[in-house]
Design a protein around this ligand. Structure first.
Ligand code: MG
Length: 435
């Protein structure tokens, strides 16, 4: 039953998805890990990503590390190394851009690309282009990707999911029905659990049953985005490739190791404070604010302890964040241990909004902080990063990061507390001094 697109490729859209990306990046970095049950996310104490070998042993996402040890005692746990993963990610986009400028950086391990119109200039079929791009990615990065080629983004997504790992699935116009028939409607990109339960009530279980519904029914019963998904499933391309560089980071992380390891509470906190300042500089550069914060301390013997905190309001100023994490730091810091690194991961990021004033002046205060940091960013542009920094970062700024290096502190750097180093005089005095 041919219902939909009669052309094989009215458009040729590619979706590329890294196979258990974080773990394969780790394996590419250290080939000795190949074929082993490898798990990342050690710093959180829960599984973040895992290898296919770990999957075969029953390991699941978000499982506690202690549970994993029971079912898979030989599992290898690694801390997440976002710097490395984002480097692999940038190389992935660059390889695809050798073929087409129309690349959408969808997430750290996924991208879309529009190949439409390139058959003649590249002298090959769309199928061969897809195979060639996959081959380049796999061989140049040393990790595997699953690829879908189809006339629309929604169909290309179904394609890349169809066969994992290392699959190449081509959905031509004439194949659409068959693939949709095999795909549960709940697995279609953009259809959430509420919409699929709603569709189930009308006996719609497969993506094909959804695509076969009359246009009027879809328009009346569902929202516009769902109508667009319906069009895309039928092979009509309505979602464009967003080629503008993504500045909506999924997360921002800053980690710094220091030597020698330290059990000095003020010093370890100052390292964390410096990471928070750096992460916030990046947030503000992209006009973003954060709601979810995860910070951790790493001990000399590579043990991690960390806490996740949610902010009641999105922020991009380091003092608001430090204010919140201070009490959690107190709880996890143990002066009988030596620490060698601190780190912070900011997630749940959104574009910074102009704030409404609230009754209690809390927002007004945050607004004032925002203004101050805008000025600090201007000063840093002129005189260099960390020309002005928080008192809480003083010890970290003033001391060498590693024994063998020079410190970053120089004469013209201005510490907002004039060298005041106690953590208890943290944040608010700053407002008084700067105003
Ligand atoms: Mg993936």
């Amino acid at each position: 039953m041919q219902l939909i697109n009669t052309f094989d490729f009215s458009r040729a859209i590619l979706h590329i998805d890294g196979d258990s990306f974080f773990v394969l990046c780790e394996v590419a970095k250290n080939p000795k890990l190949r074929g082993k049950p490898v798990i990342t996310g050690m710093e959180r104490g829960i599984v973040s990503a895992f290898s296919y070998e770990a999957k075969a042993r029953g390991v699941k996402r978000a499982m506690r590390i202690s549970e994993v040890k029971k079912i898979c005692p030989d599992a290898i746990f690694l801390p997440s190394d976002y710097e490395t993963y984002s480097l692999f990610s940038l190389r992935m986009y660059d390889i695809v851009r050798k073929y087409t400028p129309d690349v959408e950086e969808y997430s750290i391990d996924e991208c879309f690309a529009d190949l439409t119109g390139l058959r003649r200039p590249l002298g090959m079929s769309y199928e061969n282009m897809a195979a060639k791009i996959k081959k380049d990615l796999d061989s140049e990065l040393g990790i595997t990707f699953s690829v879908g080629l189809a006339p629309t983004k929604v169909l290309a997504k179904i394609g890349s999911k169809h066969k994992k790992p290392s699959g190449l699935t081509i959905i031509r116009g004439r194949d659409i029905d068959q693939y949709l028939n095999e795909t549960p409607v709940s697995e279609v990109w953009g259809i959430g659990s509420q919409t699929s339960s709603f569709l189930h009530k009308f006996g719609i279980r497969s993506a094909l049953q959804y695509a076969q519904k009359e246009e009027r029914w879809v328009r009346e019963k569902l929202t516009k985005p769902h109508f667009q998904i319906w069009q895309e499933l039928r092979g009509e391309s309505v979602y464009k490739i967003e080629t503008s560089k993504k500045n909506d980071y999924k997360s921002i992380s800053k980690t710094k190791t220091f030597t020698p390891a330290s059990s000095n509470k003020e010093f370890v906190f100052s390292q964390l404070s410096k990471n928070v300042e750096n992460a916030c500089i990046k947030l503000r550069r992209y006009n973003l604010s954060v709601k979810k914060i995860f910070f951790f301390l790493k001990t000399q013997d590579f043990q991690y302890c960390g806490v996740e905190v949610k902010m009641s309001d999105a922020t991009n100023t380091p003092n608001s964040i430090l204010n919140i994490i201070d009490s959690h730091f107190e709880k996890i810091f143990d002066s009988s241990k030596l620490f060698r690194a601190t780190g912070i991961i900011l997630s749940d990021l959104s574009i910074s909004q102009a704030r409404q004033l609230d009754l209690f002046g809390k927002m007004e205060q945050e607004e004032n902080f925002s203004k101050i940091f805008k000025k600090i960013d201007e000063i840093s542009k002129k005189y260099g990063k960390h020309s002005v920094f928080l008192g809480t970062s003083f010890l970290a700024m003033n001391k060498k990061q590693h024994q063998s290096e020079r410190g970053v502190q120089s004469e013209r750097k201005l510490n907002l507390f004039n060298g005041e180093t106690t953590r208890k005089k943290l944040y608010l005095p700053m407002l008084g001094e700067v105003r």
